[in-house]
Design a protein around this ligand. Structure first.
Ligand SMILES: Nc1ncnc2c1ncn2[C@@H]1O[C@H](COP(=O)(O)OP(=O)(O)OP(=O)(O)O)[C@@H](O)[C@H]1O
Length: 457
């Protein structure tokens, strides 16, 4: 049965994949609508012309048809067209009864998005395997099951491990939620004190009197309302172990003097007590303040600072170790899925927004968000619409737009338009389409605007 082109053409035009047919010599016989859509080339510019002529005039970059004719077998290759679109072209020869090529049929598929997704997946795999390597490099992995250490944190953890068995005083610096307590716990577990208690106290969270009672304890009847049995302070409870003092910069000056005595002589006086008590604790401190400026303002004792900061360890905020965001997020997602007996994965759009968020609450915010998403969603795939508002949409008040130089205002407006489109359309792809730009331009622009100026984000 032979089918003429008039009958065949509507069938070809109904296909999703592009089709390009030449005769056995390489003369273009027809193309379908999908081919026009994918390549941006029009039928009248192609049909009736020889493919070598099309190559010569740069209409197409390379002829798969000619290769099929030359090789007399199927050929598949990926071509780049219109600057950045990637198309997968598969050519098949069709033979007559004498073994001559009668036609060459090319099937064309736009694989740009597919390749991007694959690339992203490969990158993620690479990152995860790197993390795996780093984690393996840390000893006693089984004693730190929830820990994930990325490249920018690796050196800090390696140094911490090296000094863990020593007596050196460590001051951990880092914003809230960057993992200071976690690092202190790691040091404790890597030290010869690990069989004894690890106790933590946040000096910013309590009034002076309470901190004193917590740290040093009190004797029976020390003050009105005190328990008549007295109370053991953390210095006693943590004896033989480690005491972690977070936000040491907020410790009142009077208590700084008492702490100095503990550090110098291992001795302290409980509230209301008359006899000095001895303790053997390792004190690790942490701060998110710049203690040197607290010293300059007379709020922190210089002598104490030099005692506690023999080895400063710095944990960067997540926005400065962006490559750790996604692996950490996936790590917590897996952890919470195990805990809540469910399966959750991130859509590629959601993943992008997670990577772009500045995470002011650092790892704690990331971990909480992962848990919230695991328990609040019902579908396996977490989509952009499931993400908290602050990840999806950045609200810029009008007053911030109308002020400053024209350049700044244009940028602010641009930022608002991008964020509004993202809010309205839910995905970077749909938002880009609505704004008439391509997806990667939108993602890059958004990142640049956010990096350039906080006013826009
Ligand atoms: N490297 C890591 N791998 C896995 N989880 C981590 C890591 N670092 C921190 N976390 C987790 O992130 C959360 C916040 O960490 P952590 O409490 O140590 O921060 P922090 O800097 O002490 O915060 P804050 O100063 O507000 O007390 C915790 O739940 C902790 O278990």
């Amino acid at each position: 049965m032979t089918v003429d082109l008039d009958t065949l053409q509507p069938v070809l035009d109904a296909l999703q994949d592009g089709v390009f047919i030449t005769n056995g010599e390489g003369m273009a016989i027809t193309i379908n609508h999908a081919y026009e859509r994918i390549t941006g080339l029009q039928r009248h510019k192609i049909v009736g012309r020889h493919v070598s002529e099309l190559v010569k005039h740069n209409v197409i970059s390379k002829s798969v048809s000619l290769e099929v004719i030359r090789e007399r077998q199927p050929v598949t290759l990926v071509q780049t067209i219109m600057g950045d679109r990637k198309i997968l072209v598969s050519g098949n020869p069709m033979f007559d009864s004498h073994g001559h090529i009668k036609q060459v049929v090319l099937n064309v598929r736009d694989v740009t998005e597919l390749l991007k997704a694959k690339h992203a997946e490969e990158q993620l795999e690479q990152i995860l395997s790197k993390f795996e390597e780093y984690n393996n490099a840390l000893p006693n992995k089984s004693t730190h099951p929830g820990l994930l250490v990325g490249e920018k944190t690796k050196d800090c953890y390696a140094l911490a491990r090296r000094v863990a068995p020593t007596k050196v005083k460590i001051l951990i610096q880092g914003e809230t939620g960057t993992g200071k307590t976690q690092l202190a716990q790691y040091i404790h577990q890597e030290s010869d004190r690990s069989a004894n208690p690890f106790m933590a106290l946040n000096c910013a969270a309590m009034p002076e009197g309470l901190i004193e009672a917590e740290l040093f304890g009190y004797v029976p009847g020390a003050f009105t309302g005190a328990s008549n049995k007295g109370k053991a302070g953390l210095l006693e409870v943590a004896n033989g172990g480690t005491l972690f003092l977070d936000e040491i910069g907020d410790l009142p000056l009077s208590l700084q003097a008492k702490l100095l005595k503990v550090i110098e002589d291992n001795k302290y006086l409980p509230i209301g007590g008359t006899k000095l008590k001895s303790t053997n604790v390792r004190i690790i401190t942490a701060t998110h303040h710049d203690l040197t400026s607290a010293i300059a303002q007379g709020k922190f004792r210089e002598d104490l600072y030099y005692r506690i900061s023999v080895l400063p360890l710095k944990l960067l905020p997540l926005r400065q170790r962006q490559e750790e965001i996604l692996p950490l997020f996936e790590h917590f997602l897996t952890q919470f899925c195990e805990q809540y007996h469910c399966v959750r994965t991130l859509s590629s759009e959601a993943r992008e927004l997670i990577m772009q968020h500045s995470w002011p609450g650092n790892i704690r915010e990331l971990k909480n968000t992962a848990e919230r998403l695991v328990v609040s969603t019902t579908e396996n795939e977490i989509e952009v619409k499931d993400l908290p508002e602050n990840l999806r949409y950045i609200n810029t008040p009008t007053s911030e737009v109308f002020g400053g130089s024209l350049k700044d205002q244009v940028k602010a407006l641009e930022s608002r338009l991008i964020e509004s489109a993202l809010h309205q359309y839910g995905t970077t792809r749909a938002a880009a389409q609505a704004l008439g730009i391509n997806q990667s331009t939108l993602v890059k622009k958004r990142q640049t605007l956010r990096n350039e100026n906080k006013v826009y984000s």
